[in-house]
Design a protein around this ligand. Structure first.
Ligand code: FRU
Length: 513
């Protein structure tokens, strides 16, 4: 009997142990991605280096995000395409690496399309291929001092992006012209001309190609040598139509990332609004327009596969000036929030793009607190502004103001409007800044691009290591990384004449499970 009891006790113990294992697993999972500075509601790779978003495509209810990834270090290295998926563009699930370097080179940036008519023949009519179009970068060629080391290749997936095969006829566009910078193909299906159209950058301009089948490409035209910003090399183009909000007029937008040469230093994204007749892009503007005046929104492009006029954008939330030096250890870099791009026109600004977080972000707000007004000298406090959003308006005529986030260590992050009619963001004393000479070099300045209405609306999203500020629904935007030594807990408003009204402060749910 005694023996039986011992055996029973042993079984119970083993049973208990088995029962506790899943609990431990849950505990481990909940602790995932809570390292210092790990964004809690922005996409980051699980570990190691990330730069540009690639192959943004929506298919069968799933948003795919591929990205420039070096899985062996937290600095840039031989490029792969990492992969993640999402149902709502906010929460992401990490997937296995999609594309690995091969004998033709590293896998640089590019796009993805669903070849639903199987024009490429790489799938079947019943199971059409998802096709990735990317740049091959051959290190050996570069090292040998040649100029033809960037070419374009394609790969395809017959299982919704889970596994990929390179096309055996790669490269599909070779580099005959000895063009050193020849990269970042963005492809879409042009319904008007019933062919694939590719935009590619070649140093100081964009090139447009067409193809019936994604394999054979013909150069159609070029754009940009004598227009726009040229402080650095052109990268990551994107061409798409958009209807002007509140009108029937449709225009084409061409995004071009440029590094260096952005208005506040280093990498940034300019855009052109104009017409595309299926062959040639003709701009309607002479001045340079910028999508974002912060220094941390680069190489952003939009999704393929969404409805007309649904332009959804993701950018890389860093800058080549200091991307390799930011103070994180397990992973490096995040993406911006997914944003909707909309096109607008008014007398003051002509045609202009707004970018603002996708509506699904509203499902992540909780613990909302409302404050009627904030006047000169008023302060608020919170346990952690680095997981919150603030929405408010500045009613009436805009006047100079300063909004300061601070913490117990005297780090401060300031945002405001100055007497020259500019918005500004000052992260020079925002915490860790000395990992690079350029990170805290200067205050970031933006011209006030505003809607016609008098009240100015402002939304601020702050995560563990970033701030995104959207003025008037994204007419003027700042996206900036920040590394406070401890989270911001105080908010102070100063202004002689302006006030803040309808201030709502909400926490944002973390996306990692
Ligand atoms: C932009 C970029 C692209 C290139 C990729 C390489 O950040 O320089 O032009 O394809 O990064 O990782």
């Amino acid at each position: 009997m005694k023996q039986l009891l011992i055996i029973l006790a042993l079984f119970t113990l083993i049973g208990c142990k088995e029962k506790t294992t899943p609990v431990n697993e849950v505990a481990v999972v909940e602790d995932r991605f809570r390292e210092n500075y790990r964004p809690q509601y922005h996409f980051t790779p699980p570990t190691m280096w990330m730069n540009d978003p690639n192959g943004l495509i929506y298919h069968n209810g799933t948003y795919h995000l591929f990205y420039q990834h070096y899985p062996e270090d937290i600095v840039w290295g031989p490029m792969h395409w990492g992969h993640a998926t999402s149902k709502d563009l906010i929460s992401w699930e990490h997937k296995p690496i999609a594309l690995y370097p091969d004998e033709l080179g590293l896998i640089f940036s590019g796009s993805a399309v669903m070849d639903i008519h199987n024009t490429s023949g790489l799938g079947t009519k019943d199971n059409p291929p998802m096709v990735a179009i990317f740049t091959y970068h051959l290190m050996e060629g570069e090292k040998a001092g040649r100029k033809d080391f960037q070419t374009q290749g394609i790969a395809y997936s017959l299982d919704e992006g889970e596994t990929w095969k390179k096309y055996s006829g790669n490269p599909v566009i070779s580099n005959d012209g000895n063009i050193k910078d020849f990269r970042d193909p963005k492809v879409f299906w042009d319904e008007n001309t019933e062919q694939w159209v590719m935009t590619l950058v070649a140093g100081d301009h964009a090139k447009f190609y067409s193809s019936p089948n994604l394999k054979y490409w013909t150069l159609m035209s070029e754009f940009g040598k004598n227009i726009g910003a040229h402080g650095g090399v052109w990268e990551c183009p994107d061409l798409f139509p958009l209807q002007i909000a509140g009108s029937d007029e449709t225009k084409w937008a061409l995004l071009i990332s440029i590094n260096p040469g952005a208005p506040n230093g280093g990498s940034g994204t300019q855009y052109f609004i104009g017409d595309f007749d299926g062959t040639t892009f003709t701009p309607n503007q002479t001045e340079t327009k910028w999508l974002d005046y912060g220094t941390d929104n680069y190489a952003g492009v939009t999704y393929n596969g969404l409805a007309d006029n649904d332009r959804t954008f993701i950018g890389w939330m860093s800058n080549w000036n200091y991307a390799r030096d930011t103070p994180t250890e397990v992973w490096r870099s995040a993406m911006t929030l997914s944003r909707k791009l909309t096109l607008h026109k008014n007398e003051e600004n002509g045609y202009y793009l707004k970018n603002y977080p996708v509506p699904s972000i509203e499902n992540y707000n909780y613990d909302k607190v409302t404050h009627e007004t904030m006047n000169d000298g008023m302060s608020l406090s919170s346990d952690n502004y680095n997981e919150q959003r603030l929405d408010f308006i500045i009613p009436g005529e805009l006047d100079t103001f300063t909004l300061t986030f601070s913490n117990a260590n005297n780090d401060s992050l300031k945002f405001g409007y100055n007497a020259e009619g500019q918005f500004w963001l000052d992260r020079t004393s925002s915490g860790l800044t000395d990992f690079s000479t350029t990170f805290a070099e200067k205050t970031h300045i933006a011209p006030a691009i505003l809607d016609d209405n008098m009240d100015v609306s402002i939304s601020i999203f702050m995560d563990a290591s970033s701030i995104e500020i959207f003025i008037d629904g994204g007419s003027t935007v700042f996206t900036d990384q920040i590394f406070p030594t401890t989270p911001f807990t105080a908010l102070t408003f100063t202004s002689e004449d302006a006030t803040i009204a309808n201030l709502k402060v909400s926490k944002i749910k973390r996306i990692w499970k």
